[in-house]
Design a protein around this ligand. Structure first.
Ligand code: PMP
Length: 356
């Protein structure tokens, strides 16, 4: 039986993406060859890469606006250092919002390149909220933020207006909601939450911001080199890119990001309503910053842990335990999670209330 997969990442993808990916491994485009054994320079794969890059920009509403999409290796974590390498000047300065573990990891890498100003942090409160009302130094080379904090279950509902280039790690909420994406200069997202299997990272770059920091950049870490090579500077992560393309096509068929956002809002509302209604549960994050992707919650009485854990496992739910730094539970309800699966979890929460 297929489980209800609440894993935070790698995570659930649309069933048709699994099926079509499996088919392409056996026989890609009726070529008599597996996608795993063809050249990345073959006509068929170049078409995949071109379509994936174009569709990423289309879904974000960024075509014809000076952006290029890349599918790189190295995970979102490599972007933590590629961003400062490409944007921070020698003796320059970068500004960061510290809203969680991944933001902290990005800050750590930026420090290798120069002065790194943390404009605000919610660390003291174990990242239960997203800091607001901070000032971004006007002389910063860029400002970096994390749109969705996967571990703590918080999400930025608005982004600062600033004259410095805006960089955003959207790893855990890419393609989940409509934002004016043209306010950003760099967007990056590891594939393994809302887009595809682990192994590739979508990086969307506004071309005009590159080539201005005066640093000599090693080729593999240079966005301009990857753009010039049409995201084929070296052998790209062929299969993750293909599966990501299938997911993006699925989003487009559903009606695009706006249509998917409606479903995401309905799922989040269903689950948060139960967390707020049911006296046995409480949310882990402040209400106004709650994530629509990673729903973090706790039992009000930890004595019910064993019973609850047994009940959700019996209901075919997988991947629900929270990250060790928050405890409790984390229901990751990415784009591909059907509302029926969320209802299964809500039913278990209600059954627990009746049982105890
Ligand atoms: N940023 C965010 C918001 C994440 O959730 C994660 C991974 N869970 C990362 C960055 C790191 O991604 P990767 O493992 O692809 O390097």
């Amino acid at each position: 039986m297929k489980k209800h997969n609440y894993s935070a990442g790698p995570s659930i993808l649309p069933q048709e993406v699994f099926e079509k990916s499996a088919q392409a491994i056996l026989d890609f485009n009726n070529s008599g060859l597996s996608i795993l054994e063809i050249s990345h320079r073959s006509k068929d794969f170049v078409a995949v890469m071109d379509e994936a890059r174009a569709l990423a920009l289309e879904l974000l509403g960024l075509e014809g606006k000076g952006y290029k999409a890349l599918f790189l290796g190295g995970g979102a974590s490599l972007e933590f250092l590629m961003v400062p390498y490409n944007l921070m000047k020698e003796n320059g300065k970068a500004a960061y919002l510290d809203s969680g573990t991944w933001a902290t990891a990005a800050i750590k890498e930026a420090k290798f390149f120069g002065e790194t100003v943390i404009v605000a942090s919610s660390k003291e409160d174990n990242y239960t909220y997203v800091p607001k009302d901070y000032e971004i130094p006007a002389d910063a080379d860029y400002f970096h933020c994390t749109s969705n904090n996967t571990i703590f279950g918080t999400q930025m509902k608005s982004f600062p207006k600033t004259n410095v280039p805006l960089v955003c790690d959207m790893s855990s909420d890419i393609f989940s909601r409509v934002i004016d994406f043209s306010q950003f200069d760099i967007i990056y997202a590891g594939a393994q939450k809302n887009m595809g299997p682990a192994g590739t990272t979508l990086v969307v770059v506004k071309e005009e911001i590159l080539g201005k920091n005066g640093r000599a950049i090693p080729s593999m870490l240079d966005y301009a080199k990857h753009i010039k090579a049409d995201s084929m500077y070296n052998t790209p992560p062929v299969f993750p890119v293909y599966a990501s393309l299938l997911t993006m096509k699925w989003i487009k068929e559903k009606g695009g990001v706006a249509a998917v956002e409606k479903l995401n809002n309905a799922k989040a509302e269903l689950l948060y309503n139960e967390i707020d209604r049911n006296p046995l549960f409480k949310g882990a994050a402040v209400v106004e910053d709650r994530s629509n992707m990673n729903v973090t919650f706790l039992l009000t009485n930890p004595e019910h842990t064993e019973t609850f854990d047994k009940m959700w496992k019996e209901a075919g739910i997988s991947g629900l335990p929270g990250h060790r730094s928050v405890g409790g539970y984390r229901a990751s309800i990415y784009n591909a999670m059907p509302i029926e699966s969320v209802q299964v979890l809500v039913d278990v929460m209600q059954a627990l209330e009746k049982n105890v």
